[in-house]
Design a protein around this ligand. Structure first.
Ligand code: HEC
Ligand code: HEC
Length: 216
């Protein structure tokens, strides 16, 4: 073997012996695909089933906090009348499958995914309904923390709201107004959301669910 070839071979072998570089997004995808998450939150976190939250493109810090709180049983929320258990129960039940590193990685992976286009509502909301939602959102001062049209949270620990499932949005807002969801930074919402009527909540959820983040 020529000396240069020998050197090259040694270099290649040295490289191969190095541990694979950590890639949190890739590791997070693996967690997402293998720990049942996809069954409920859909491909890439963008196509949730039923009234479950979309996760694609959500703020990493917010996702991480919710995952930690759900695992610790701190996020309870309201009871699903169809099952008699809290809506979050199915998720809490699988959280023993993930550890702290998995949580960090899966939050990184999900926040790096492109948000999906809004799911059309049936029947489609009227222009008046959408305008009422936008007016309530602006009038109540939600913009200060969640940004214009729910598109630009003012802090990395605050969630995007645009394009989330309508029924999920209604539930999340109602739970915070009623003091059923108290984990994380939800207390920051309490002052504002207690001024929202059921009609305001329904209108804001309808409008926010149709704001398209995928094109932004
Ligand atoms: C059995 C269905 C189910 C499975 C499996 C599941 N989830 Fe969830 N997840 C839910 C539901 C339902 C909620 C909303 C609960 C509520 O309404 O309070 C939720 C909430 C969340 C939230 C909070 C979102 C927000 O906007 O506040 C995150 C983050 C999340 N899930 C990530 C995951 C990850 C990651 C996995 C896999 C490790 C997973 N979920 C597995 C059903 C599930
Ligand atoms: C002072 C800042 C602040 C204001 C004002 C505020 N929010 Fe929030 N909001 C938050 C924070 C922080 C969270 C995340 C709570 C957590 O950590 O669990 C949140 C969470 C939410 C969620 C749950 C999202 C999810 O994925 O589960 C919804 C929905 C929401 N806010 C809607 C609103 C609406 C509508 C208004 C106006 C009526 C509003 N917020 C006003 C800070 C605020």
């Amino acid at each position: 073997m020529r000396p240069t070839t020998k050197l090259l071979l040694a270099a290649v072998m040295a490289l191969a012996a190095l541990p694979a570089a950590a890639d949190p997004v890739k590791d997070g995808k693996k967690v997402y695909m293998t720990k049942t998450c996809m069954a409920c939150h859909g491909k890439g976190g963008g196509k949730p089933v039923m009234t479950y939250p979309a996760l694609a493109g959500q703020n990493e810090k917010y996702l991480q906090q919710q995952l930690q709180d759900i695992k610790a049983g701190k996020r309870v929320g309201s009871v699903d009348p169809a099952t008699g258990h809290p809506f979050v129960q199915g998720m809490t039940d699988i959280m023993h499958l993930v550890d702290e590193t998995d949580i960090k990685n899966v939050a990184k992976y999900l926040s790096a995914q492109d948000p999906a286009a809004p799911k059309p509502l049936d029947p489609a909301p009227s222009a008046e309904e959408l305008a009422a939602g936008e007016a309530a959102y602006k009038g109540l001062g939600c913009k200060a923390c969640h940004g214009n049209d729910g598109l630009k949270p003012s802090n990395k620990a605050y969630p995007f709201l645009a394009g989330l499932n309508r029924d999920y949005l209604i539930r999340a807002m109602t739970e915070m107004r009623e003091g059923e969801r108290t984990n994380g930074k939800s207390k920051m919402m309490f002052g504002t959301i207690k001024k929202a009527s059921d009609e305001d909540i329904a209108a804001m959820a309808t409008w926010l669910s149709q704001v398209d983040r995928s094109a932004k």
